[in-house]
Design a protein around this ligand. Structure first.
Ligand code: ZN
Length: 279
């Protein structure tokens, strides 16, 4: 069955994907990584802990940090999640990060941060994940004044600093809507990424997996959502993470991805990153 799935993956044509509902469309053209490894996958997949169930979320459980070195000479990706935090799906995602011992980055909506969801943020941070900025209200910020934009950003950064002791490092624009005023007003690099329309409930877990697999390549930023109730993305991750580990990808935070590629983190940066390439 796996073999059949992989063969299907290799022949499916590129689809149009958007990031967050209503976002800018990004045409996907890269499928080169998944066309010739069918046998390899079948030979090695038994090494994965596929039968192990994710641990139940325990608010007070103390977990060891997920530590490993990123080798910049080998393929590296950044797994990222938008629209949290919450006490359910966010923790289910973190459970999987712990299960597979990989680090990721979370782009928070400020209005979702409360005393309870902050515990999930702290949990992710303590594991070595990066906590980033997805605005306070998740509005179209290209319709806002410079003052309003700055308030959106500062709200989240201040809240995150209260929880983790560190301000946010990267910004993901809601709906990937950007303009010059935003770039002038926000002192962080802008991050987009490759996605799988996982904010659409009609996209099943298997399709989410396939869409990410097809776009996978060194340096890419994977954009998914830990929004409350997004169980299909949790399900997809339980396939995707081991798949990417099998392919030899290292899981970096966004900061670690920039470092691995030798790209400086510059607040005046006017790029919108789907991937980070060595300069
Ligand atoms: Zn979003």
């Amino acid at each position: 069955m796996k073999k059949l799935k992989l063969l299907l993956i290799s022949v499916i044509s590129a689809a149009l994907l958007t990031s967050c509902s209503g976002g800018t469309e990004t045409e996907v053209t890269d499928s080169s990584n998944n066309t010739d490894n069918t046998n390899d996958m079948n030979n090695t997949q038994s090494a994965l802990p596929e039968d192990a169930a994710p641990q139940e979320s325990e608010e007070n459980a103390v977990s060891a940090p997920i530590t490993y070195e990123i080798d910049p000479t080998k393929p590296v990706i950044a797994l990222t999640f938008d629209d949290g935090p919450n006490t359910t799906t966010t923790n289910e995602v973190i459970d999987l990060l712990e299960k597979y011992q990989v680090r990721a980055s979370f782009f928070l909506i400020g209005n979702n941060i409360n005393d309870e969801s902050a515990k999930a943020v702290k949990r992710a941070y303590d594991l070595g994940c990066e906590i980033n900025n997805h605005s306070k209200t998740h509005s179209y910020m290209d319709k806002m004044s410079a003052e309003e934009i700055k308030e959106e950003i500062a709200f989240v950064s201040d809240k995150v600093k209260e929880i983790t002791g560190e301000p946010t490092t990267f910004f993901r624009p809601p709906y990937i809507a950007v303009n010059d005023i935003m770039y002038e007003s926000i002192d962080m690099p802008f991050i987009a990424g490759i996605g799988c329309n996982d904010w659409e409930d009609s996209v099943d877990a298997e399709t989410r997996v396939k869409r990410i697999q097809r776009q996978l390549r060194d340096g890419v930023i994977i954009l998914m959502h830990d929004a409350e109730g997004n169980s299909k993305t949790v399900e997809a991750l339980d396939t995707l993470i081991p798949f990417m580990l099998e392919k030899g990808y290292q899981f970096a935070t966004v900061s670690e991805l920039f470092e691995a590629k030798g790209v400086a983190i510059d607040g005046g940066d006017t790029n919108l990153y789907n991937e980070v390439k060595a300069e």
